[in-house]
Ligand binder design. Structure first.
Ligand SMILES: [Zn+2]
Length: 386
């Protein structure tokens, strides 16, 4: 007995090729109209994971089970799903590509699936970010982050289309952080430009969904997001924190290191540098980089002091500004950009005349002081590597 392919089977095979091509060109794939592609044969329960609790983490077996259920009725999807078998993250990506290719399907059917999957991708992305933070990433780590960002971006996009609001602020913030890490590491300038635009959108999205009180376990508060939005793209260093209004020269009157204290006469380490100019009393003192004021009060020999925390690629740094006037100091919590005024030069505390005492410390407010002098003309690259 001869076997002939029916015209219907041939049409399905051709449609499968179209679907595959669409799925692989994700992003460029237009939404399929009701008659433009094959109908996916599945019921909502085919896509649902057997959830024991809302926060259950999806395991390999769950992904396998969903794939098996899908494949049972959608054999034409096998070529798509068999790519790169065994890679769990790859499977998640392909499931998303599949969804993207069949947008004519009622998205509500995918809701449960999306929520559960997102928890998993969230963890994956979080780990990828931690893998590269504050250090030079290897090519493999960067590629891993890039893939995690892409997968996560698809999930967030899916959540938007589903109208899901669960933890949306938190997800958007994490996506912004991940893209931020990427944008500072990729070489392709066009890619950087696109990433920066997306970061802005992510942050605005996060701001719209994250209240002033953090979501439980949320990595960010509203203030964190506002700080990031305001200080995005700014350099650290490359300017003198004592701002000369008339373009007068500023002198470093005392360098960092051991010295005889000009007032007490004792030999002690000078933990920063002193900056002065004739008539500098009352001059603006500005933040040397983007950050947030964490302290603004009287501190013994420092007199009135302002401390700014800077979250940089190279780690967390604190810049400290001493002998300020009482009035004109920025309040704790103030988000400052590079060059924003944080106080006025004066002579408070132990000091022989108006000048700015400027310090940079690593890791914590009272952490190890580093020589800030290179920062007056250089950027964060001038900071010593730990
Ligand atoms: Zn000093």
């Amino acid at each position: 007995m001869h076997h002939h392919r029916s015209p219907g089977a041939a049409a399905r095979a051709a449609a499968a090729v179209v679907l595959l091509a669409l799925a692989l060109s994700l992003g460029a794939a237009p939404a399929l109209g009701a008659t433009a592609g094959p109908d996916l044969v599945y019921r909502p329960e085919d896509l649902a994971f057997p959830l024991a609790g809302a926060a259950r983490v999806i395991g390999d077996a769950d992904v396998e089970a969903v794939l098996a259920r899908l494949l049972g009725k959608n054999a034409f999807l096998i070529p798509l799903l068999q790519l790169d078998r065994g890679d769990r993250r790859g499977k998640i990506r392909r499931l998303l590509q599949l969804e993207a290719a069949v947008r004519s399907v009622d998205l509500k059917d995918l809701g449960k699936f999306e929520n559960a999957l997102r928890l998993d991708a969230f963890r994956d992305l979080w780990q990828s970010i931690q893998g590269v933070r504050g250090k030079a990433a290897t090519g493999a780590e960067l590629a891993s982050l890039e893939r995690a960002v892409e997968t996560y971006g698809m999930l967030v996009d899916l959540a938007k289309r589903l109208g899901s609001t669960t933890k949306r602020g938190r997800y958007a913030w994490l996506l912004a952080m991940a893209r931020d890490e990427l944008s500072r590491r990729v070489k392709d300038q066009e890619k950087v430009r696109v990433l920066k635009q997306l970061i802005r959108e992510d942050l605005l999205e996060a701001l719209a969904h994250l209240g002033s009180r953090p979501e439980r376990d949320a990595p960010a508060t509203k203030a964190d997001i506002e700080e990031k939005l305001k200080t995005l793209d700014q350099e650290f260093g490359g300017l003198n924190p004592l701002h000369a209004p008339t373009g007068q020269g500023i002198t470093t009157t005392s360098a960092m290191g051991l010295r005889r204290h000009p007032k007490t006469g004792r030999i002690r380490p000078h933990e920063g540098i002193d900056l002065a100019s004739a008539g500098c009393d009352g001059w603006k003192v500005v933040a040397v980089g983007p950050g947030r004021v964490v302290r603004s009060d009287w501190n013994g020999g420092y007199g009135f002091m302002v401390v700014v925390r800077h979250d940089l690629d190279a780690g967390v740094f604190y810049s400290r500004y001493g002998h300020l006037r009482n009035e004109g100091r920025a309040a704790p919590g103030t988000v400052v950009g590079r060059g924003d005024p944080i106080g006025l030069c004066n002579n408070t505390g132990v000091s022989t005349g108006p000048h700015l005492h400027f310090e940079v410390r690593r890791g914590s407010e009272n952490g190890k002081p580093i020589d800030p002098h290179p920062l007056l003309t250089g950027s964060a690259a001038a900071l010593p590597v730990e």
